[in-house]
Write a protein that binds this ligand. Structure first.
Ligand code: DAH
Length: 337
């Protein structure tokens, strides 16, 4: 009889179902609106005898109920199995999860953002210059002719096509002067490169914060005011700084800017190399030749420029003893800040 066949097939398939999805499919197949059992029910009216029709209805509903029970039983079995598997797992699924680690900004990035904000407030515009640049912009237009001994300060890596890794951010100066008219107030905070003997104070890759200000009557007074303001913002109100005469071919006069060592207060210690002061910038009034190279009349205008060493500044401020940490990518270093 067809009912027996359907029933047997249903029980066998249900007892073999090994996933909730398969069980759901079988439920639809047998008990669904168009399922096999409803199919059988719909055939009842075809029976001629009233007695047969009644009996068929009873039998089919019995099978239907059994199929429902079989589905429920198999569902229970599958759940039991899952629980067992979870309990047997070699780890504890009920243990709370790990906190996701949140990152933070690199100390140099933070200093860059702070510096930008500060100098934007003073009317300086941020610019950029190529990391791979020509000899012209890195050297000769800055009054450093080839063969000039001062080039020894800025040894770098050269490409075959005559370009070179810029040795300082000063390569932005003549570009910006040529593209603008005074008053010019520009800044850049970016990477430079040198062919260095690597040690705790020297890296092949480091940052500079360069400022160029050209206008009528720009003087050493402006330079002093701006650099003190900057240093006080970074190192605190009581910071002491000094200007020391220093030679750079692209300024006249030229100075080195030192900060009083915040660790020893000037007495001399390991951080400042017993000097009491830490050199953190080169600066000066833009050399007339450089102004001319930038298309600016040095009789009418003067300018100031500096290149601060943000890595050095952070080393002093945060007590970092090795410049190589900045690009080292060691998370133990970065997590301290
Ligand atoms: N470019 C110099 C260096 O890398 C630093 C410097 C000195 C920048 C004097 C200047 C400046 O803008 O006027 O050592």
């Amino acid at each position: 009889m067809k009912l027996d066949e359907v029933g047997r097939r249903a029980f066998s398939e249900i007892s073999q179902a090994d996933s909730p999805k398969r069980l759901e499919d079988l439920k639809v197949k047998y008990l669904g609106r168009k399922g096999e059992i409803n199919q059988l029910l719909s055939e009842i009216p075809k029976l001629s005898k009233e007695e047969d029709r009644r009996q068929a209805g009873v039998l089919i509903n019995e099978v239907k109920q059994k199929v429902e029970e079989a589905l429920a039983a198999q569902d229970f079995k599958l759940r039991q199995k899952t629980v067992k598997e979870i309990k047997a797992a070699p780890f504890d699924l009920t243990e709370p999860g790990l906190d996701p680690e949140s990152g933070s900004l690199h100390p140099l990035t933070r200093l860059r953002e702070f510096t930008r904000d500060t100098f934007e407030g003073l009317g300086f515009e941020e610019v950029s210059a190529p990391h791979l640049d020509t000899d012209e912009h890195n050297f000769s237009l800055l009054n450093i002719p080839s063969e000039h001994p001062s080039r020894d300060l800025w040894d770098t890596l050269y490409l075959e096509d005559d370009r070179m890794m810029r040795t300082h951010t000063s390569n932005m100066q003549v570009r910006e002067m040529r593209n603008r008219k005074p008053p010019i107030r520009v800044m850049t905070f970016d990477r430079c490169f040198r062919y260095e003997n690597i040690d705790p104070k020297h890296s092949h890759t480091f940052s500079q914060f360069e400022v160029l200000y050209v206008d009528k009557g720009v003087s050493m007074g402006h330079l002093k005011f701006l650099s003190d303001l900057f240093l006080q913002k970074i190192f605190g109100e009581k910071t002491q700084t000094r200007f020391r005469p220093k030679y750079y071919p692209f300024v006249e006069p030229g100075v080195g800017i030192d900060a009083l060592c915040p660790f020893c207060g000037g007495r001399g210690c390991k951080v400042c190399g017993m000097a009491g002061w830490v050199e953190i910038a080169g600066a000066g009034l833009v050399h007339p030749t450089v102004l001319k190279n930038g298309g600016i009349n040095p009789e009418k205008y003067s300018g100031l420029a500096w290149g601060f060493g943000p890595d050095r500044m952070l080393m002093v401020k945060l007590g970092i003893d090795d410049i190589r940490h900045f690009n080292g990518g060691d998370l133990r270093f970065l997590k301290q800040f």
